[in-house]
Every structure is written in C-alpha cells, then in structure tokens.
Design a binder for this molecule. Structure first.
Ligand SMILES: C[S@@+](CC[C@H](N)C(=O)[O-])C[C@H]1O[C@@H](n2cnc3c(N)ncnc32)[C@H](O)[C@@H]1O
Length: 269
C-alpha cells in the first residue's frame, strides 16, 4: 500500500470535510489500517482510486465512517470492571447522593450503540430498587457516529448483542419483540444520546462518573493527555473516571487522578 502521498492527504481532507472526522488526531497506523479495509472492499489499488470511488459511489461514505469509528462494544464489557462498578463505584455515588437533590449524572463518552450507558442504568436500577424513583438520574452518551447514536436511542438489540446480559436483567429490563430485545422505557427515560466530538466538541462538567473506554486507544498521545484532563475537569468532587482495560493515564492526569482500582482502570478526582 502507498505511504504518505498527495492522494492520501487529499483523502484525509475529504474525510474531514464530509464526515467531520478529524483524521490528524488519530494514530496514522490505526487510520491507514482502517482505510485499507475499505480499499480492499472496493478493489481500489491506490488512495487516488479510492478517492475517485468516494466521489462516485454515495454509499461509500457511510461504509467508510463505520469502518473508521470501530463501534465494537458489549453490554457489561469486561465483567470484572463492572463487578467493581456494581459493588463499589455506584454504591459510593448513591451514598454520597442520598440526601439533598439526589441527582446522579454519568457520562458515557464514545458510547457507540449505547450498551455501556444501558449497562450502568441497569445496575443503578438494580441497586436502588424502589428508591430509584427518588433520584434524578441522567446518563448521557455521546459519540461522533450518527448511525450508532440512532441505534442507542432506539435501544433495540439482537439476541447476540444481549448475550452478556445476566438472565435476571434480561427479564427485568428488556421486552422481547420478535427476535429483538427492547430496553424498557424506565431505563430509556434516564438516558440521552447526542452527537459530540470529543476532540472539538464543547467541554462538559458536573458528572459523578465518566466512562471513556476503548475510544482513546486510537488517538495520538498528546490528544489522549489532553482528553484525560478534560475528563478530570468534567467530574465533580470525588467523581470517578473509568477507562478501557488496555488504556493508561498519560501526562498530567497521571498525578492528578487518585487511583481507585488501578487494575480495573478506575480513578477518582
Ligand atoms: C470501540 S467503541 C467503544 C464503545 C464503548 N465505550 C465500549 O467500550 O464498549 C469506540 C467509539 O468511539 C467513538 N469515537 C471515535 N472517535 C470519537 C470522537 N472523536 N468523539 C466521540 N466519539 C468518538 C466511535 O464512533 C465508537 O463508537
């Protein structure tokens, strides 16, 4: 495959213009690997041929977006992390919020099709039981991929997609419609999904926990450093930051966050 050339640069510009995807901030190795998937799929031998294909085939941009964003996700991804979230993180948040406004705010950054947000919602409902209604809970999922966000909003999943949901939760929190599993309204009501680019979007604040898992691995080191501080600033006092199992704090965030459970990549403000 060609190395850096004028066509490759042109392709990056086109992707930025048409998809709003800022290629410069992603690791080149990741980026090229993903684009090469589409080159092979469209039988393009060079980046130039692929640019021509993008300009003539209107179905290709959505395909490329899907390939670039890598939406792979799972309910309760890395169960050992969710074990700590269920037994320690959420109970600590609930305890801290048990008086006053009882407001709990959680951000799933890079939420893909919403299963991280719904996993947290299920755990909160499970832990709070009848007290659930006494709390004002909002779980916000953000992503740059419109298609994934539309799926998150619908909350409809296949049998395969819900395979890691424990049976009791599947019964309690989903309604079966044909072959699909639909998230119950009670959980939908406390979640919201919106399009937001972590790189160029507005800065967020006031969260009791921020989950950003398996998103920053594709970003350049400097950007990761910056984003980890953005997440720190998005948290309220004592708020929790949960990152992906293969991700590590970098730069100033290393000394700013307190480790809560380093093995499971959970930190605290
Ligand atoms: C592999 S999924 C991770 C989903 C979920 N957090 C998990 O761990 O299962 C990565 C998600 O990050 C999103 N993403 C990539 N770059 C982004 C950006 N700049 N801003 C917001 N979301 C982004 C992708 O669209 C994709 O849905």
């Amino acid at each position: 495959m060609q190395k850096k050339d004028a066509d490759y640069e042109m392709l990056k510009k086109l992707i930025h213009q048409k998809l709003g995807f800022n290629c410069e901030q992603y690791k080149d190795s990741h980026f090229k690997r993903r684009i090469d998937v589409r080159l092979r799929a469209t039988n393009s031998k060079t980046y130039g041929e692929y640019v021509a294909c993008l300009q003539t085939d209107r179905n290709e941009f959505p395909e490329l977006m899907e390939t670039l964003t890598v939406n792979v996700t799972n309910f309760f991804r890395n169960p050992e992390v969710y074990d700590v979230i269920e037994k320690q993180v959420l109970p600590a948040i609930i305890k801290a919020k048990s008086t006053g406004l009882r407001s709990i705010r959680i951000w799933s950054a890079g939420c893909s099709i919403g299963v991280e947000a719904y996993s947290i919602a299920m755990l909160l409902k499970h832990l709070l039981g009848d007290d659930f209604k006494r709390y004002s809970i909002k779980i916000t999922g953000t992503d740059i991929d419109k298609e994934s966000l539309a799926r998150a909003q619908r909350g409809v999943y296949s049998r395969m997609e819900v395979k890691d949901v424990r049976p009791a939760f599947l019964n309690k929190f989903f309604t079966k419609e044909g072959n699909d599993y639909v998230i119950n309204d009670e959980l939908k009501k406390i979640t919201q999904f919106k399009k937001q680019d972590l790189i160029s979007g507005p800065k967020m604040s006031g969260f009791d926990a921020v989950f950003c898992r398996n998103v920053t691995i594709y970003f350049e080191k400097e950007l990761q450093e910056k984003l980890y501080m953005d997440f720190y600033n998005a948290l309220s006092k004592d708020g929790f930051f949960v990152m992906g199992k293969t991700e590590t704090l970098l730069g100033p965030s290393k000394d700013t966050f307190k480790p809560f459970n380093s093995k499971e990549r959970i930190y605290q403000k």
